[in-house]
Design a protein around this ligand. Structure first.
Ligand code: UDP
Length: 239
């Protein structure tokens, strides 16, 4: 059934992997342009869009600690790398005439505003895209958990998680051709089956607050706009 949820405010989560496109490291301008243009369409339609950027295209604390680095320091490196992605997205958006603000959980006044939730909401109400960087500002968390937290705090209607696959499957579709995609899941099932939607901290935060999650293929033509409109796409995780 084609459903329109009539979302007024959404939180788009972009992984670092997405920014890198097919590359192992860095930022693929084709991806960022694609995302920026879709966000512009959504904003022009009157939907308020906030974004959380991941940083996995540069550093992840868990990976750095496997190589002997202090975990918390590695996590700070990861958080700083998310800000690089935020600035790239900001640049591509502003170049096509979309007003933006970057807000970071670790203050860096020369490049971004500090994370101030009520101010973020005011920006959104004025039609600006607010891009959240540096995760939650705390080690041992992920940007997925940050996406859930920010969505809740600014009163977003849903978390839209753009990925490289077109939804959530019962097995890895890149390895198993028989993998079956779910249209809809509830949070308990995601946790019980260990499905790769977001980490358990993020899922339980969404579960406790009934916040819907949409997992969809970020690069598919028109997908971001469909997700923002609340049209049926990918996998919906909801109560
Ligand atoms: N990170 C953190 N606290 C946060 C958010 C992120 O410590 O609140 C660190 C963590 O090391 C993480 C890295 O920043 O691995 C990059 O974020 P993430 O792995 O979530 O990015 P993504 O997988 O979305 O690219």
């Amino acid at each position: 059934t084609a459903s329109h949820h009539g979302w007024k405010r959404v939180l788009l989560k972009l992984s670092g992997e997405a920014f890198a496109g097919g590359q192992p490291l860095g930022i693929d301008p084709v991806v960022v342009q694609h995302v920026a243009e879709a966000i512009k369409v959504a904003v022009d339609e009157g939907v308020q869009v906030a974004v959380v950027c991941g940083g996995g295209n540069m550093f992840r604390g868990a990976q750095l600690s496997e190589r002997g680095m202090d975990r918390a320091r590695g996590d700070y490196m990861g958080m700083l790398s998310t800000v690089v992605n935020c600035l790239a997205l900001q640049d591509f958006l502003e170049r096509i005439g979309v007003e933006t603000r970057v807000q970071t959980a670790i203050t860096m006044a020369q490049v971004a505003e500090a994370y101030i939730p009520r101010r973020a909401v005011r920006h959104l109400e004025k039609g600006r895209v607010v891009i959240f960087g540096a995760g939650l500002g705390q080690p041992f968390f992920s940007t997925d958990t940050c996406a859930a937290q920010r969505a809740l705090e600014i009163g977003a209607d849903a978390v839209l998680k753009g990925t490289q696959v077109d939804g959530v499957y019962d097995a890895d579709p890149r390895k198993n051709p028989d993998a079956v995609r779910f249209d809809h899941l509830d949070y308990g099932e995601v946790l019980r089956r260990g499905l790769k939607v977001m980490d358990a901290t993020a899922i339980s935060l969404c579960m406790d607050n009934g916040l819907p999650i949409v997992v969809f293929d970020l690069m598919g033509q028109g997908n971001i706009v469909r997700a923002v409109r609340g049209e049926k796409i990918g996998t919906l995780v909801s109560p």
